[in-house]
Design a protein around this ligand. Structure first.
Ligand SMILES: [Zn+2]
Length: 268
């Protein structure tokens, strides 16, 4: 029962993530796309086809099902609907299922689902724009600190030290890299995202998160090189999606097997 409720909740919130991913960059000034005329926020104007501007009927807004029934095309103008929409909805539904399977209790599952969805939206926006918005990494950090205060994750002291250590580690590496190479290697958004991960998992989890993220990123670079794409030191890689994936993996593993993945924080 709880599994079904969280799966459906994840699908619906995943659908809302799509709105955030589409409009957030314009709302927060991270996109070169001009702000449309008239009222523009996360709820206005109503969801519409980007091609023919027709407002979508409620039956066209059902997560996954509408895309399948419409076969990925607008009913009126036949324009292709980006595959990102059903993908994000699917990942939202899977996040709901994973949250219930990994966390004991409703409150723990609700925290996991909320945190995973913030990671998902942040990762998708970074993949599309190259920016990790504060409007998403900030709430992720606060949500993790609140969960620690409510006894849903690590002890509060570990959450605070984890957040500071995550931020400081990436800012330190970024500063060192910039001084050595004379160009920016790691964005500030990556440091804020790792701070949120440290708050959710405690400082001892950070090496696992960074290793998991770097392994995924290297695998993608190796795959690109194998297909004959040139890879050099200056080749830009948006690290946010990998970092979000690494945090999500360690978070779910740690929720499912408490104390077995990350050593318990001994001090606070
Ligand atoms: Zn259309």
């Amino acid at each position: 029962m709880m599994l079904a409720v969280f799966a459906i909740l994840g699908l619906i919130l995943g659908s809302f993530c799509n709105v955030v991913i589409s409009r957030g960059p314009v709302l927060w000034g991270l996109s070169e796309e001009p702000r449309p005329q008239g009222p523009f926020d996360l709820s206005r104007p109503r969801s519409h086809c980007p091609s023919c501007k027709r407002t979508l009927a409620p039956a066209e807004l059902v997560p996954l099902l509408s895309y399948a029934v419409l076969r990925g095309r607008c009913r009126q103008c036949g324009a292709r609907i980006a595959g990102r929409y059903p993908l994000i909805e699917l990942l939202g539904g899977l996040a709901g299922i994973a949250a219930v399977l990994c966390a004991p209790g409703v409150a723990g599952a609700a925290f996991l689902l909320g945190f995973l969805l913030l990671l998902l939206a942040a990762a998708a926006i970074d993949a599309e724009t190259g920016y990790l918005p504060d409007a998403l990494t900030g709430p992720a950090l606060w949500l993790a600190l609140l969960a620690a205060a409510a006894g849903l994750s690590v002890p509060p002291g570990a959450a605070i030290i984890g957040a500071a250590a995550g931020y400081a580690a990436f800012r330190g590496i970024a500063g060192g890299y910039a001084a050595l190479r004379g160009r920016e290697g790691l964005g500030r958004g990556d440091a804020k995202l790792l701070a949120a991960g440290g708050a959710a998992l405690g400082p001892l989890a950070l090496p696992f998160v960074v290793l998991a993220s770097a392994a995924c990123a290297l695998a993608v670079i190796a795959a690109a090189a194998a297909r004959g794409r040139p890879v050099e030191g200056g080749t830009a890689l948006r690290f946010g999606p990998y970092l979000a994936g690494g945090i999500a993996l360690v978070l779910l593993a740690e929720a499912a097997l408490p104390g077995r993945v990350v050593p318990p924080w001994p001090l606070l």
